[in-house]
Design a protein around this ligand. Sequence first.
Ligand code: GAR
Length: 197
Amino acid sequence: METKIAVLASGTGSNFSALVNGDTGPGRVDILLTDNENAGALKLASELGVDSRYLYPGKYRTKFGTKEEEYWAEFLLNRGIQLVCLAGLMRIIKGPLLDAFHGRIMNIHPSLLPAFPGLDAQGQAFRYGVKIAGCTVHYVDGGTDTGPIILQESVPVLDSDQRDSLAARILLKEHEIYSKAVKAHCQGRAVYSEVVR
Ligand code: GAR
């Protein structure tokens, strides 16, 4: 049976687009939600023929207001969404949304977690001088880029790389592994289980 997916994005939306065009079956992207009225992802959604909506996130910059997070959760539940995919959503999910979809929220992050969580992971990795960078798809557990890892892919750092060239190659890998991870979840091959620390 089909798994109805909502993608939550704040920016360009290339991962959103990769999920729409990728092989995620039996999962299917049903809607794009954004907290940013100017998100490029909104334009992509209309080009791709995917329903989309801007929802007010509240007055904070990096988290939702409690009332607003409740509203987002209700909206997704009422729509019959079964899996929530964060694709460059620049906000922490902690409260009502996490409670409503615990174990059914995924995130993509442009580093080999647990290394380099937070903002500009590609820049952090580049400046640190790692020789192998990469990306991670993981379930969301309320922390910043923490939670059980579903898939990772490595990307070698070349001598000729700058931060942006490295980020561009990581992004291509992100597009590959996000669809694979979503497919694995929708087929029951990936399941949330607490990380043992
Ligand atoms: C992607 O690189 C994604 O991994 C990153 O934001 C970018 C969104 O690009 N997410 C994070 O850093 C989350 N901590 P996109 O809008 O083109 O998909």
